[in-house]
Write a protein that binds this ligand. Structure first.
Ligand SMILES: [Cu+2]
Length: 421
């Protein structure tokens, strides 16, 4: 607090000092009978030299940064498409660097060279068609090349993956990532945000999760029945605003429950098997070297951006819209540790969109394993599927898939919520 006050004081005093100095300068000009708008040759020459000095310092620091931090500081890409993107990025940077040197040289060197000289009148040069043509057509052509190449790469990255590609969903919310592997059948189960409950954070759709969502909406502690009871209880006194809020909440829940019943009616229980074998993974995303991955992105709240810097991939995650890209990691984490000569190196998935207060925490470690290790890891996860986490007392792994259908039918019949349909 004290430091901030001192800084503020220094800034205010500094501004006052500059104002006083300008006043002194004005008064002294008056004393020497010099008009303010008259700039002396000495001042002009001084400014011309400063322009040249600025150019030299600017170029010098640019070159120094490249020598110190490398051409781009990106390091080696860990996927084939990443290396192609690097090529495109380098092309862009070369063009930008040439333009940077060219335009800044013209700007600062000309300011130096064409400084006002005694007896030399300024040249009136209002227009030149050839020049206009040149600096319109050349940048347009260069930009067209960059944009066409970039669009081509973008289309490749977001195009449909091969049928054998491994499908992984990345679910983003403030402030973490959750991965969902598509399990043995390599198909992700369906989802719908209305099914979000405490033990179904990803809102995955099965007969059972729909029933459970309906039950919670109707009979849960904040469900419709509880709300109605409170609103109709003559012993509870509420201020009008609270009552309005509660009524609005009840109306919203009534709309939701209608949609849930529609969902329940349309839902095909054959699809449940797709969802039950999905594997939900937090903290670390394991990938298999040389296998193509199709990532599907979802967001629960705001727009996030999934950024894999080492694989040169980034995609916004948008509430209500599934986005997608694919890549094939081809350097394992162990190999990259050797390449970088850094035992602590790890690939990472970051959020690259300022999405709220704890945005900086929104990261997930990414580990690329050799195929054998990856298969071992996957095997260890096969008895921790969505079904196992949803029903903690689930049957052993072999029985899970066969029993899934039976249990759901039973659950559906037993659930009193379905009688109302
Ligand atoms: Cu975020």
């Amino acid at each position: 607090m004290v430091t901030k006050l001192v800084i503020l004081l220094v800034v205010v005093l500094g501004i006052l000092a500059i104002a006083q100095m300008m006043r002194v300068y004005e008064l002294s000009s008056k004393l020497t009978n010099k008009q303010e708008h008259e700039i002396s040759n000495r001042d002009n020459n001084m400014n011309a030299k400063l322009m040249l000095l600025f150019m030299i310092v600017l170029f010098g620091s640019f070159i120094w940064m490249i020598l110190k931090y490398g051409w781009t500081g990106r390091g080696e890409a860990a996927a084939p498409h990443g290396r192609e993107l690097d090529w495109l990025m380098n092309l862009n940077l070369i063009i930008i660097t040439i333009t940077f040197f060219l335009t800044n040289t013209l700007l600062f060197f000309f300011s130096y060279k064409y400084v006002k000289k005694e007896g030399v009148p300024a040249l009136y040069y209002p227009h030149n068609n050839k020049l206009e043509m040149l600096w319109t057509v050349v940048p347009a052509c260069v930009l067209a090349v960059i944009i066409i190449l970039g669009l081509k790469k973008w289309n490749e990255a977001t195009d449909l993956a091969k049928p054998e590609a491994i499908v992984v969903e990345l679910f983003s919310k403030q402030f973490d990532w959750t991965a969902r592997y598509s399990g043995v059948n390599n198909k992700l189960g369906y989802f719908d945000y209305k099914l979000t409950t405490d033990n179904n954070e990803l809102a995955i759709m099965t007969t059972n999760t729909i029933d459970s969502a309906i039950y919670q909406m109707e009979s849960g502690t904040t469900g419709m029945e509880a709300l109605e009871a409170k609103l109709n209880d003559p012993n509870i006194v509420m201020v009008p605003e609270d009552r309005e809020k509660m009524e609005a909440d009840l109306a919203r829940k009534e709309r939701m429950i209608r949609l849930l019943y529609q969902m329940r009616e349309k839902h095909d229980s054959e699809l449940d098997a797709l969802a039950w074998d999905d594997i939900i993974q937090k903290d670390t995303l394991y990938l298999c070297k040389n296998k193509e991955y199709e990532f599907n992105f979802r967001s629960k709240d705001v727009i996030h951006s999934a950024y894999f810097p080492h694989f040169r991939a980034q995609m916004n995650t948008v509430p209500g819209l599934t986005t997608r890209f694919k890549f094939t990691p081809d350097i394992s984490t162990a190999e990259m540790k050797k390449i970088k000569d850094d035992e602590n190196f790890n690939y990472v998935l970051l959020c690259n969109k300022i999405c709220g207060g704890a945005h900086y925490k929104m990261r997930m470690m990414v580990v690329v394993l050799e195929e054998a290790d990856y298969n071992d890891w996957m095997r260890s996860k096969l008895n921790k599927t969505f079904k196992d986490t949803y029903f903690p007392q689930a049957a052993p792994v072999e029985q899970v898939v066969e029993e899934a259908d039976v249990e759901e039918v039973e659950a559906g019949e037993d659930n009193p919520e379905n009688e109302g349909e």
